[in-house]
Design a protein around this ligand. Structure first.
Ligand SMILES: [Cu+2]
Length: 101
């Protein structure tokens, strides 16, 4: 029985490592953008079941999207996690309220 459990645990570990990337919807405010490092630092809301609200830095592949972002922008995005990596995709800026620049 112990052997079966060990094998099952090993199998689950392999499955966890090879499963498809997980995506979590993220909303937050841009704190800073680092074009050279291709990252954006976002103060994000809680991601239920994954992360509490915090400020953290995310890699972003699309430089054009990065260039369009500036501190204070409110965004929504997909947090894509495929361990050990994670990144933001589908970043969308919320329109800023008029007269609040
Ligand atoms: Cu976080």
């Amino acid at each position: 029985m112990l052997k079966v459990c060990t094998v099952t645990a090993a199998l689950l570990t392999v499955l966890a490592l090879t499963s498809c990337a997980k995506r979590y919807p993220l909303t937050g405010t841009v704190v800073s953008v680092d074009l050279a490092a291709s990252t954006v630092t976002v103060k994000h809301s809680e991601i239920p079941g994954y992360m509490k609200a915090m400020t953290m830095t995310f890699p972003v592949k699309d430089k054009a999207v990065l260039r369009s972002l500036s501190p204070g922008d409110e965004i929504t995005a997909d947090l894509v996690v495929s361990r050990p990596e994670y990144r933001l995709e589908n970043i969308r800026k919320k329109p800023r309220p008029a007269g609040n620049k």
